[in-house]
Write a protein that binds this ligand. Structure first.
Ligand SMILES: Cc1ncc(CO)c(N)n1
Length: 216
């Protein structure tokens, strides 16, 4: 079994809870309250900015030039392509700026940045993998569900269920598998732990948006 197969198995219960979340069930049907999606997009705009920087840092730290280039492309995509989607939604909703990072987002981006900066590079790569893989799985899952007519969230669904994002996800998976097979058992275990933590933080991110959870 590859490391990524093992890691996905480890998060299977978390992924199951993610796809059952009301946020995603309602987004899929197009019935999600605009206020909740708006909160999510504002937080996610802030998220992408930090996520992009964590990816660039991993690119700088990657040993193989090929992996460095892949992570630099991921960083550019997070900062340019995905951010455009968010900006168009922010404009549709008439939101002037991104606002502050609320608890779930704050927790997640700082976990990613500190892991990318301070842990072994393989562990940093494992920490960002759920950001790719879970979004792809969720995008595919929603794309395969019965399509709601004129879903206001269709652009979001198309981005993450789309083939372009799929290519990046497969690359990220392949890089992590190569890194995992070249490292020690101890680092592999730490990679799995980081992968699980990031998956929990993905859950929490949608949960925080659904509950509109803000600093008290
Ligand atoms: C919280 C979060 N995780 C992953 C992605 C996909 O890049 C995203 N846009 N937001």
């Amino acid at each position: 079994m590859t490391w990524t197969e093992h890691a996905w198995q480890a998060i299977a219960p978390i992924y199951k809870r993610i796809i059952e979340m009301p946020f995603l069930a309602e987004l899929s049907k197009g019935t999600l309250a605009q206020e909740r999606f708006q909160f999510y997009i504002m937080q996610d705009s802030g998220y992408l900015e930090h996520f992009g920087k964590a990816l660039a840092l991993l690119g700088a730290r990657a040993a193989a030039t090929e992996d460095a280039l892949a992570f630099m492309r991921f960083a550019e995509n997070a900062l340019v392509v995905e951010s455009l989607l968010h900006e168009s939604y922010l404009k549709d909703f008439g939101i002037p700026d991104k606002g502050t990072l609320e608890p779930a987002c704050h927790h997640y981006v700082h976990f990613l940045k500190s892991t990318a900066a301070l842990d072994a590079v393989e562990i940093g790569m494992a920490a960002v993998l759920p950001c790719f893989w879970i979004y792809k799985a969720v995008g595919d899952h929603i794309s395969k569900s019965p399509q709601a007519p004129a879903n206001p969230y269709q652009k979001w669904i198309d981005t993450y269920g789309g083939e372009e994002f799929g290519i990046a996800v497969r690359q990220a998976i392949a890089i992590c598998d190569r890194a995992a097979s070249a490292t020690t058992e101890q680092t592999r275990a730490a990679m799995t732990k980081a992968f699980i933590t990031a998956s929990r933080l993905e859950y929490d991110f949608w949960d925080g948006a659904y509950q509109l959870r803000m600093w008290k």
